[in-house]
Design a protein around this ligand. Structure first.
Ligand code: NAD
Ligand code: UGA
Length: 443
């Protein structure tokens, strides 16, 4: 049976989940503390760039099953299930900052007017859901134990990727559901009935296991990327081709070809913070997560490496001083406007530190980048305008439109002929045939 749901937080996860859960036939009231976000969403205007989101948003608003509000108390009081989709950013010491979760739990406690399942979708360190359970008991005097609990807690980590969030929400590889109370499981089966019907595997497990599945998955993927990035550096030094290496490795079913694309290092709102949080969690249990620690540091090194390569092409240290460097791609990956921990931030800062004038283009992330760099750099809506008069070009994000870059025009617009392709989106031979001095990653 359809459920009444409150979703707290309407960022990437909260918004996509709200739209998806209402599309499954549930009644969803999504809450955000930011009234501007609420107002825009109620008018059917997505506050993030995500393929297909607008159609789903409008369709479900029109159906009457979805609304957005800043009134968290009303949303929780009317809900049988409360999804927490608030941010869990990195705090100064590397741990996850759980203040938004704590605040949301306070609101649930204040409005616990009958049985509710509190579902944590935010990525939270192992032990957090048990803490939520204890905290709710403490604040309300109610118990989550026994055959007739006053509330229940479920850990339901989210695995969606930005840029493919809608597709991932509707067709996940699996759902992970950590729970204790049988009643909570019944409720969650109702919520996700639409996915059960298309045979999406459901992993029912304990709270701690669910929490660690999330961190283990992200850390593993981050490790895989870092591994191929280091192999790319070695391949380059040894005159081998990382694409052929990665492709052949991926033919082994045990390895799989996914997440073997070399680049300027992983970024985004999750891999960097989740790997650091996992190291902190390890520390708090007296377990040295040395491999993950190494991944973090190797990834930082990688971001600087692409600028070093460009410098070397330009003639060594100081060679970019007073020169114009164009950067194509600012988002941490294609198909998103998100620049959180984007390698492009480190790259642009390094270029500025080297004394270069920087001109940038990105199809979606220009506005976000402006908030960070202000008038330190020049922004362009069209890639060829960013290339005008440039001595060097660095491609930092693998947007499709860069794959088919008109190299003849690029050559005509640029003053110099250097290309550092940190995403391997161009064909090396083709780029060279247009007179460019071209370098990719690992080939
Ligand atoms: P986000 O920062 O984009 O969004 C969080 C939203 O919550 C913001 O809009 C904020 O205004 C709102 N908020 C904060 N406190 C609130 C409160 N008390 N009441 C109502 N609204 C409140 O975050 P996100 O990227 O959607 O990530 C959310 C969580 O999901 C994080 O734990 C993240 O690690 C995890 N996650 C993110 C992704 C992703 O692709 N972004 C994927 C999987 C998991
Ligand atoms: C990642 C995970 O893929 C999601 O499953 C997870 O839900 C999410 O984190 C999260 O926890 O928030 P996301 O950060 O959106 O999703 O993006 P990815 O596609 O995983 O890319 C992350 C970074 O790795 C990007 O900077 C990307 O360019 C880089 N990457 C990815 C590579 O350099 N090479 C690859 O082969 C794949």
């Amino acid at each position: 049976m359809a459920k009444n749901i409150a979703v707290i937080g309407t960022g990437y996860v909260g918004l996509v989940s709200s739209v998806g859960l209402s599309d499954f036939g549930n009644y969803v009231t999504a809450v955000d503390v930011n009234p501007e976000i609420v107002e825009k969403l109620n008018r059917g205007i997505p506050t993030i760039y995500e393929l297909g989101l607008e159609d789903y948003l409008r369709r479900n608003l029109e159906s009457g099953r979805l609304e957005f509000t800043a009134d968290i108390d009303r949303a929780i009081r009317n809900a049988e299930i409360v999804f927490l989709a608030v941010g869990t950013p990195q705090s100064e010491n590397g741990e996850a900052d759980l203040s938004q979760v704590e605040q949301a739990v306070g609101s649930v406690a204040k409005n616990l007017n009958g049985f509710k399942v509190v579902v944590c979708k935010s990525t939270v360190p192992v032990g957090t859901n048990r803490w939520v359970k204890g905290r709710l008991s403490e604040l309300t005097g109610e118990s989550a134990e026994g055959p007739d609990p006053a509330f229940a807690v479920v850990s339901n980590p989210e695995f969606l990727r930005e840029g493919k969030a809608v597709q991932d929400f509707f067709h996940p590889d699996r759902l992970v559901l950590g729970y204790e109370a049988p009643k909570a499981r019944e409720y969650m089966e109702d919520v996700y009935r639409a996915l059960n019907l298309i045979h999406v595997p459901m992993v029912w497990c304990g709270l701690e296991t669910a929490e660690l599945i999330k961190y283990a998955s992200n850390a593993f993927l981050a490790t895989k990327i870092t591994f191929i990035n280091q192999m790319a550096t070695l391949a380059e030094a040894a005159g081998a081709d990382i694409h052929v290496i990665a492709h052949s490795m991926g033919m082994d079913g045990r390895i799989s070809p996914k997440f073997l694309h070399p680049g300027p290092g992983f970024g985004g709102s999750c891999f960097p913070k989740d790997t650091r949080a996992l190291v902190s969690t390890g520390d708090s249990y007296g377990v040295d997560m040395s491999l993950v620690r190494e991944v973090i540091s190797a990834n930082e090194h990688m971001k600087g490496l692409v600028v070093n390569r460009l410098l070397k092409m330009a003639g060594g240290a100081g060679a970019l001083k007073g020169k114009v460097a164009a950067v194509l791609g600012l988002a941490f990956k294609a198909e998103t406007d998100d620049i959180r921990e984007s390698p492009a931030i480190t790259i642009v800062q390094r270029l500025l530190d080297e004394g270069a004038e920087v001109q940038v283009h990105d199809p979606e992330a220009l506005d976000n980048f402006k908030k960070l760099f202000g008038d330190e750099i020049r922004y362009f809506e069209h890639e060829f305008d960013a290339l005008k008069g440039a001595d060097a070009l660095l491609i930092a994000t693998e947007w499709n439109e860069y794959r088919n870059l008109d190299l003849e025009r690029a050559k005509a617009e640029m003053r110099g002929n250097l290309i550092m392709d940190a995403r391997n989106v161009l064909e090396p031979e083709k780029a060279r045939s247009f007179g460019f001095a071209y370098k990719g990653v690992g080939r």
